[in-house]
Design a protein around this ligand. Sequence first.
Ligand code: MOS
Length: 745
Amino acid sequence: MSGTTKVMQNNKRLGETRLDRGSLAVLGKGVDRFEGPLKVSGRATYAYENLRGQDVAYGYIVTAGTGSGTIKRIDTLKAMSLAGVLHVVVDDTAPRASADPNDNKPASIKGAVTHFGQPVCMVVATSFEIAREAASLVEIEIEPSEGKYDLTEEKDEAYDPGDGTMPSTVEKGSFDKAFASAETQLDVTYTTPSQSHSAMEPHAAVAVWEGNDLTLYGCYQLVSTNVPQLAKALGISASHVHLVNPFIGGGFGGKLGIGPESVFAAMAAREIGRPVKVALTRQQVYQGTSRRSDTIQRVRIGATKDGRITAIAHDTITGNTRGDDFFEPAGISTQFLYAGDNRQITHRKADVNILLSSSMRAPGEAVGMLATENAMDEMAEKLGLDPIEFRKRNEPEVDPQEGLPFSSRMLIECMDEGAERFGWEKRPKAPMSRREGEWLIGYGMAAASRKNLLQPSEARVTLQADGHALVETDMTDIGTGTYTILQQITAEMLGLPLGHVAVKLGDSKLPQGPGSGGSWGANSSGSSVYAACEGIAGVIAKKLGVEAGDLTLKDGMATAGNKRTPIAEVLGGEPIEVTGTFKPGKAFQETHQASYGAHFCEVAVNAVTGEARVRRLMTVAAAGRILNEKTATSQCYGGQIFGIGSALTEELIIDPRTGLMVNHDLAEYHVPVNADVPQLEVVLLPERDTAAGLLAGKGIGELAICGVGAAVTNAIYNATGVRVRDYPMTLDKVLAGWAQTKRAA
Ligand code: MOS
């Protein structure tokens, strides 16, 4: 082997690339995930399934049964006396999930109980059952203190948390003045409840030590940041941590940071000199990892009579535990979605004694747009405009906050395409005007937007002498399709059959990828794979003495002009190995980048019970180049279903007396089931965004969740005449709305 070549590429604007020449046209196609059969047949090894049948011990975490207080005493005597119990890990630096994936200092509890269900210690035994039994024998004495369990009660105490994933305050012009003098005004407040990620795979870890070296089989989204987090929590150097993480059963943000299971597993395994397995129970995942904060969102819009927005404000209050400054950035899309010279977007945080709030699927837009896209609907009605027309009148030429050009923006195309396909012109023009038996029928729409994020990424691609290629990076596939997309990119770039490309992910010994989060994964890691493949083409071109740009790789042949050489001959028995590095560059900073979409929904609401059923749901999305039609569509289905949940059922209920999360499992936390979900439609518009990474694609994972719940509730308003501004829109609220209308009449 001639050693590793390294190539680096910034995302400068590329014109036509090797991908567009499409010699195979395999990129973009909806090919099946090659690891799918492994998953459905149980052969994909998830974290907890490692070291099956080996001499491992099992941990069971003991949690606090009080919402706020100080730990006075932990008595493990009875637990330790049970046959089969090996150890109890008690540590006042007991870990918890970190809100910030870049934060490698998991907060220490130091004897303080900050929320109900907080992990306190862990019993280790020869079987899971014994560990669980012994856990019930651990006595924890907590001196309770008064807790703050209700965001609404604390809202007057909310303060500026400082800048987070977006600035806490964004202003332009003079909102107050412009709003006061606006011809038409809307001033409404929406509330959204706490939500749980509810990934299918509960958090799990298996820890094995060899001397000072830890191997941790885990299920995390961001390998390259999870390693230093883990090292820090254990007080060891990151070079001693090997994280193995090839399959992850969903994350949705709940696995961005490390969880208590991995740190406890590692501490216990070190102590007893034997591998330790820990899985959180479903209840522990709910109560002990993280949640999306509830929000109180005031939206004000001032507009001219003909519907031009002159003033827009979006002020959000969220909650988090003291010392954790993460806030739900609900106003992200309000910064750029609609025009208006006078703008104010603020986020304030109140301290509460409720589970850590952190990133959950499209942190910001997912609940922020429930408010703003309802408000746009309310304002359109006030103005007597069709909601699509109102949005079109406020389409900005450039990013209205910073004045940056949009890299590409197809919001209007998405709305037009959706309106046409959905039959928007047939929508009931007035609320409560269409009825089928005892069902009231309504149509609603909402815009979608999700800021495009890019991260530095590294990947190694090796073209072997036998015409097979291997892609290696510590990037993760959390169920999204990363494996297959990276395979497609490599096959397209090197002109290989798909089956000749192997992909290895989720191992911290591999080059550092961006991890899965913020919908940046596919385009960031894909860009580094692109760079590596372009590097391989460069090496081949050099060997042939031709320009890389003139070289086509296809069917095992390297062709440039009239020169055709078998690639095997060029390689001469030696593999070519190139590490590609991608860094977001100028094109990223000089343009405003986001994906766009539009949702259309038809609901039927029972005129007697107020029960809402989603009948049709269509999302039209534009997110640059689509890398795999099937996985992109699946991501959109997920967003749509998430949206139905946000609109109708999802709500974590916290007991205001004790801080207990009442509905801490899937039986009581209601995510949509098949019967709640109609046939979903997703339309992906063709687009290339050449400023967004080397693939000309933008994030799509989280796009469809943005705004979709508002399309549902706008449809419910259209059906019933009831505006519920307190999510979720359960039937009791619809009935209360009708009762109020009747009383008023
Ligand atoms: Mo996503 S909430 O960034 O995993």
